[in-house]
Ligand binder design. Structure first.
Ligand code: 48F
Length: 257
């Protein structure tokens, strides 16, 4: 069979358009495809929610690819092992309570399982703003990341979501926009973003779970973004808290709707 370049072009455009149109109004929109966002996408999609995840970079996976300092092994604690087991990511016990996994296997498997559970992921798209109606965040304003990188003057587009999750990691990008552009009070002690504190793995892992919650009407926060929002410490290359946080935020949203 002779291949026709125009057919290839049309196939991409039609399939992409179909996929995108299905995500213009969703149950849950997740911003950031690091471990917490991908895990949340998996559990929410598995529960039948319509889920879209936007990732700025070409590759979803966030900080997991690089393990610690580019040594591509991740460490998780025993509490989170069942999540990697459930995904089918192989782990090895290092010491009592500590397990390791290959970072590439972890990212690719969790990403693939999220997609197969029914979540849609758009890579190379950045969330630059939110849509607000009657004191609630009701949608996300998105643009191609290369537009942002090149500083081009191109207007973004908008999608609607019943619930939004900020899993943008250290940057807390969605929450920063909300703080800057709206009168909403965040559910932090100060009502504002508190900013992350220095490294303390044990405390950070505990607080990540505590801080995973709804932070203003329509918006939840999970993963490192949760600690950065509530003034918790960072944890470095231990990823159990990220996995548990992704599962917790999914459970909170499932329970609320
Ligand atoms: O940072 P990241 O991996 O978030 P996480 O799930 O995990 C944190 C750990 O990787 C590590 C750690 C503890 O183990 O401290 O850092 O909390 O992934 C965040 C993702 O969000 C994307 C960004 O490219 C990254 O892949 N992102 C950030 N801002 C935006 C965004 C945005 N405005 N729009 C789209 N994607």
């Amino acid at each position: 069979m002779a291949l026709d370049e125009v057919v290839i072009t049309r196939a991409i455009m039609e399939r992409f358009t179909q996929k995108f149109l299905e995500c213009t109004s969703v149950d849950v929109a997740i911003v950031g495809g690091g471990p917490s966002g991908l895990v949340a996408a998996y559990y929410l999609a598995s529960s039948g929610r319509k889920v879209v995840l936007f990732e700025r970079k070409l590759s979803p996976g966030g900080g997991m690819w690089g393990g610690g300092m580019m040594f591509n092994e991740i460490v998780i604690q025993s509490e989170a092992k069942e999540i990697l087991d459930m995904f089918g990511v192989r782990t090895r016990e290092y010491r009592e309570g500590y397990y390791t996994a290959d970072a590439i296997e972890a990212v690719t498997t969790i990403c693939s399982r999220s997609l197969r559970a029914g979540a849609t992921i758009f890579n190379c798209m950045s969330v630059e703003d939110v849509m607000i109606r009657e004191g609630r965040v009701t949608g996300l304003v998105i643009n191609w990341s290369p537009v942002e990188m090149a500083g081009l003057h191109v207007d973004p587009m908008t999608i609607a979501a019943r619930d939004i999750i900020d899993t943008t990691g250290h940057a807390t990008e969605v929450l920063k926009v909300i703080e800057r552009k709206t009168d909403m009070r965040l559910a932090t002690p100060s009502g504002k973003l508190m900013g992350e504190r220095s490294m303390w793995a044990e405390e950070a892992e505990r607080q990540t779970l505590e801080n995973t919650r709804q932070i203003c009407p329509g918006v939840y926060v999970a993963g490192m973004s949760a600690n950065a929002a509530f003034g918790g410490p960072r944890m470095g290359p231990i990823f159990g808290g990220m996995l548990l946080s992704g599962r917790k935020v999914a459970e909170l949203i499932i329970a609320s709707s």
